[in-house]
Design a protein around this ligand. Structure first.
Ligand code: SF4
Ligand code: SF4
Length: 485
């Protein structure tokens, strides 16, 4: 029996070219299902779409229907989006799994691109938690951990932040001990620090070992590159000090990840730098950060160059068994067929941040401002925070809720990007963020090429170098055969 099927409006048709051969790629933008079709298979599928006939039965048509690649007449793409938005729990209610604690907004460095410091008013003076505030914050967090509420996850990461968190490590030490005790019958905790790496002395090492703290240390490249941006308040470079401290961590068997901010100065050296980190310190993971908005005078992101450098560094890291997190998380999302990567950022309902004075907010980048405060440890109990309207509206943010994103070819691996950056550049948390869009779309192209190379290898052929593969979105050529709503 003839049955007419259509390509779902969420399916994009790409053409991959390599060495004069053309392969069609079908990619479902929401679920990331992906098929590579030779000329014959594409002809067969096209026959089914245009005449309701398959010329031969090589294609797994039932599977393509189950995966929403082929859809019957009357199929509603909007209904699929509504269904996902309605039934995905964490898009509709907070689910807290991360707590940032900043006991000080003070930092011993003066990096020129710091998005926290550069967005503070000129009159801003760094603040520290005093002893009374410390007791209030500690008691509030202990009660948060003991609160029975399914909007708080069973496993929580407590992250020391700042400013530089090791400036107040004695407070963090006392807090972590207290929280371990408070959560012993309720929740599993792990501890983390995001540090500039300059203050890792012997006492800090003891503290790190005592609580099994995971570390993310910022270092941007070889000495000449790193010292360009990451300097002390006395204008001295910090590379030598940080690498000495990384050696101390390695000698003490403490694993750490590295956080690198992409600048004009380190793009061309990233791959070699990751290799040197691995051979010198045994580093197993790196995160390469795209520059966030740090005011008009601070260094700017350059999306085309940044993404090219990121992809090269990702491949170089992968080749030596190091996980690169920035592109790595997009690749993971692309490879997780059938599930949608709705959120790339914890601030969208997955985390809270405690300021030095006990204010509570969703995002650490607004530290030092009066913006986006959900409540305060003195006046709001954990339930008040979980029920806050502002937290609900951050939780609600998701690309699928935006009309313009619903037709984006990368919507299923986007995760929305950084809403702080959106507010700084576009004046609203809810706006799309062009540099992150560019990164996501480039990441999709990269994933499609990687998947194509794997498919070539599976057919027993030698995979080409990724830079030799060309890919183009041909969706528009076939769009009249889509069942549009
Ligand atoms: S909004 Fe941006 S700065 Fe804030 S937590 Fe999310 S990614 Fe980080
Ligand atoms: S935010 Fe940008 S990349 Fe993400 S779905 Fe929307 S348009 Fe696509």
């Amino acid at each position: 029996m003839k049955r007419q099927l259509f390509l779902s409006p969420h399916v994009h048709v790409y053409e991959v070219e390599y060495g004069g051969h053309f392969t069609k790629v079908l990619h479902h933008a929401i679920f990331n299902y992906c098929y590579f079709l030779t000329g014959e298979s594409w002809k067969s599928l096209w026959g089914l779409i245009t005449k309701g006939e398959l010329s031969y039965m090589e294609l797994p048509v039932e599977k393509l229907i189950r995966e929403h690649i082929l859809v019957p007449s009357g199929y509603s793409a909007g209904a699929l989006v509504d269904h996902l938005l309605r039934t995905t729990d964490y898009l509709n209610r907070p689910s807290i799994g991360i707590i940032y604690v900043a006991f000080s907004t003070k930092c011993n460095l003066a990096c020129d691109y710091c998005f926290v410091m550069n967005n503070m008013p000129d009159s801003y003076a760094p603040t520290n938690t005093n002893n009374i505030q410390f007791d209030q914050i500690r008691n509030w967090l202990a009660s948060f951990l003991q609160t029975k509420d399914d909007r708080i996850e069973d496993k929580l990461s407590i992250i020391g932040y700042g400013g530089e968190p090791l400036l107040s490590y004695q407070k963090l030490d006392a807090l972590f001990s207290e929280l371990k005790y408070a959560s012993s019958n309720s929740r599993v905790l792990d501890f983390e620090l995001i540090t500039n790496g300059t203050l890792i002395n012997e006492s800090a090492v003891e503290f790190i070992k005592r609580h099994n703290v995971r570390l993310a240390v910022s270092i941007d490249g070889p000495k000449i590159v790193h010292d360009t941006h990451r300097r002390t308040r006395e204008n001295k470079g910090t590379f030598d000090l940080i690498t000495k401290n990384l050696s101390r961590l390695a000698e003490n068997d403490i694993h750490f990840g590295i956080s690198i901010t992409l600048t004009d100065d380190n793009r061309s050296v990233l791959s070699n730098f990751v290799r040197s980190l691995q051979s010198r310190f045994g580093v197993q993971s790196v995160g390469i950060n795209l520059m966030l908005y740090g005011g008009n005078d601070s260094p700017r992101a350059k999306p085309t160059l940044d993404n090219r450098a990121l992809q090269e560094a990702y491949l170089a890291s992968k080749a030596i068994g190091v996980y690169e997190d920035r592109l790595g998380r997009k690749v993971d999302a692309f490879n997780k067929k059938g599930s949608v990567y709705h959120k790339d950022c914890g601030a969208l309902g997955h985390q809270i941040v405690i300021d030095p004075d006990g204010s509570i907010r969703p995002c650490q980048a607004f530290l030092g401002s009066k913006l986006h405060i959900l409540g305060h440890v003195n006046t709001h109990c954990p339930q008040d925070i979980l029920e806050s309207e502002e937290l609900a509206s951050w939780t609600h943010i998701c690309p699928l809720r935006r009309q313009q994103c619903q037709s984006c070819p990368a919507v299923g691996m986007c995760g929305n990007g950084c809403v702080f950056d959106s507010e700084m550049r576009r004046g609203s948390l809810y706006e799309v963020n062009e540099p992150f869009c560019y990164h996501t779309l480039e990441s999709l192209q990269f994933c499609l090429k990687e998947a194509y190379m794997e498919s070539v290898e599976k057919r027993g052929m030698t995979a080409p170098d990724i830079s030799a593969v060309g890919i183009q979105d041909r969706t528009f050529q076939y769009s009249e055969m889509y069942e549009r709503r």
